[in-house]
Ligand binder design. Structure first.
Ligand code: SF4
Length: 496
């Protein structure tokens, strides 16, 4: 019996997860080696990414698809000694070599990637899917988020409590269990269930509330429309959502070998895909006969065009994790992105997986991983983004301290307009009073202290004699000892 299970496991491991998606089976399932050269070359009239890796005694020269142009550009920007950096590249799902040549006595196998070929930079660096969605606006925000912590806010606590209540609702009313639309003694309504769990969770959150200086009453009032919208949505969707036997589990990590456990429903499901250097935690994950399904609940960000781009990214990241773990007998996963902040009824969007999106998730990850392992920030994306960026002032301050290329907001935008943008994005910016509700980082000095927990040697932030303006930004005048200190801190963080 045990032998059988081992055999099955080996068979699964030997299967190429991309062959399940690609109608053409691959010839080379996996190649791995250190990058020795990266450039763009002209091929059949267009510039294409071209990378050479050392795979031991031989070399592999790979012509990649357009999804790797940004990676190649970033590698070229590292300078001529790329081979000394020992950057690892793992490539999955290659067609057969198109030719073999010789270079200084070593065989060089040439491959041309197809649309399904995935090249993973530094696969042992496993990023969280939320890292990708945080960096959707600008990949430099990944490094900034590592430097600027996010303390609990009233909105975040409210979001957690609504999440918790919704998951409890699904656990109680999931599967074949009946759901009532009233609370007349014949069964609890969806809204009553949500409210009951919200109340209980709120009572357990007193410490978090105190730390965030948030009032329970305000939080309760803020949550009412979210709970009502979710209850209405659930009431309407229940019949189609749960067309399977109930088997609800909660809070257990899973590898999706749970596929043997048919029709299991899980909240807070952790998925790990070291093959592609990604991990993530799904709000809700379950299986229906022959198909996986996930649901991601958003309690904020329901303004503007929905679904929000960063949220779509997040779900595509989960699709990427599921693609690696997918049983060949399973259909593609269904994903639902659900917004509780839309008035009256929560709004849901189906997000389908495509190979193009899988490649884009990987492209984004590769760029973040490169800045993670080198500590070098990506270049600013230009005025159109920097001007509206929620992290503009923090980016400017950190750039000044660490000698990064500064952000590039539009020089024609006045200081007042930049300030308005910050307010619009709930950005954190220095204030003379040093107070701003919901954000403990009231001053530049506060932000930077939070990075290291010690006072600054120099005088940063706030006062007229300690900062200057550039493109409408308040930039600190950095003392040499501050720069030295933070550079050292950043290096230590980077080593960690
Ligand atoms: S200010 Fe510009 S460079 Fe900095 S994080 Fe924002 S968009 Fe990126």
């Amino acid at each position: 019996m045990i032998t059988n299970r081992v055999d099955q496991q080996e068979a699964i491991e030997q299967e190429c997860f991309l062959c399940i998606l690609d109608p053409q089976p691959c010839s080379v399932k996996k190649l791995e080696g250190y990058i020795i050269d990266a450039r763009e070359v002209r091929s059949e009239g267009e510039m294409v990414p071209f990378i050479t890796i050392n795979v031991g005694t031989e070399l592999a020269a790979l012509t990649l698809t357009r999804y790797y142009r940004s990676l190649i550009q970033a590698l070229v920007d590292l300078g001529p000694d790329l081979h000394k950096r020992k950057l690892k590249l793992r490539v999955y799902h290659l067609p057969p070599a198109i030719r073999t040549t010789e270079n200084k006595g070593r065989l060089v196998h040439h491959y041309r990637a197809n649309a399904y070929t995935l090249a993973i930079l530094e696969p042992d660096t496993v990023l969280n899917i939320t890292d990708l969605s945080h960096a959707e606006y600008c990949s430099r925000q990944y490094l900034l988020h590592r430097l600027v912590s996010s303390p609990p806010s009233a909105a975040a606590i409210r979001g957690n409590l609504v999440h918790h209540s919704f998951k409890e609702l699904l656990k109680e009313h999931g599967g074949s269990r009946p759901v009532s639309d009233h609370a007349d003694g014949e069964g609890e309504s969806s809204l009553s269930t949500l409210q009951r769990h919200f109340k209980q969770a709120l009572e357990r959150s007193s410490i978090d509330l105190a730390l965030a200086n948030a009032s329970p009453d305000e939080l309760r009032i803020d949550a009412v429309p979210h709970l009502e919208s979710l209850a209405t949505w659930f009431q309407k969707q229940h019949a189609t959502l749960w067309d399977m036997p109930a088997a609800t589990m909660h809070g257990q990590d899973t590898e999706v070998d749970e596929q043997k456990n048919e029709n299991g429903v899980r909240a807070e499901t952790f998925l790990l895909a070291p093959e592609i250097g990604l991990r993530g935690r799904l709000d809700l994950f379950w299986k229906q006969t022959g198909r996986q399904r996930l649901l991601e609940l958003k309690t904020g960000g329901a303004k503007g065009d929905l679904p929000n781009a960063a949220h779509r990214w997040q779900v595509q990241g989960y699709h990427a994790l599921l693609a690696v773990r997918r049983d060949s007998k399973m259909k593609k996963a269904l994903a639902t992105l659900l917004y509780s902040g839309t008035p009256g009824e929560a709004q849901s969007f189906g997000i389908l997986p495509t190979v193009k999106q899988l490649q884009r998730v990987n492209e984004n990850r590769n760029i973040l991983v490169l800045s993670h392992v080198t500590g070098i920030p990506p270049a600013p994306p230009g005025p159109s983004r920097c001007t509206k960026c929620a992290m503009l002032e923090q980016c400017a301050q950190v750039s000044a301290l660490l000698d990064w290329r500064p952000p590039e907001p539009d020089s024609h935008v006045s200081s007042g307009e930049v300030d308005a943008n910050f307010r619009g994005h709930n950005a954190l910016r220095p204030t003379a009073q040093g107070t701003r509700k919901g954000h403990p980082y009231h001053t530049t000095d506060g932000l930077l202290r939070s990075m290291v927990g010690v006072p600054l040697a120099g005088t940063l932030g706030g006062g007229d004699d300690t900062d200057h303006q550039s493109n409408g930004l308040h930039l600190p005048i950095v003392q040499p000892q501050d720069r030295l200190f933070f550079t050292k801190y950043y290096k230590l963080l980077h080593l960690e």
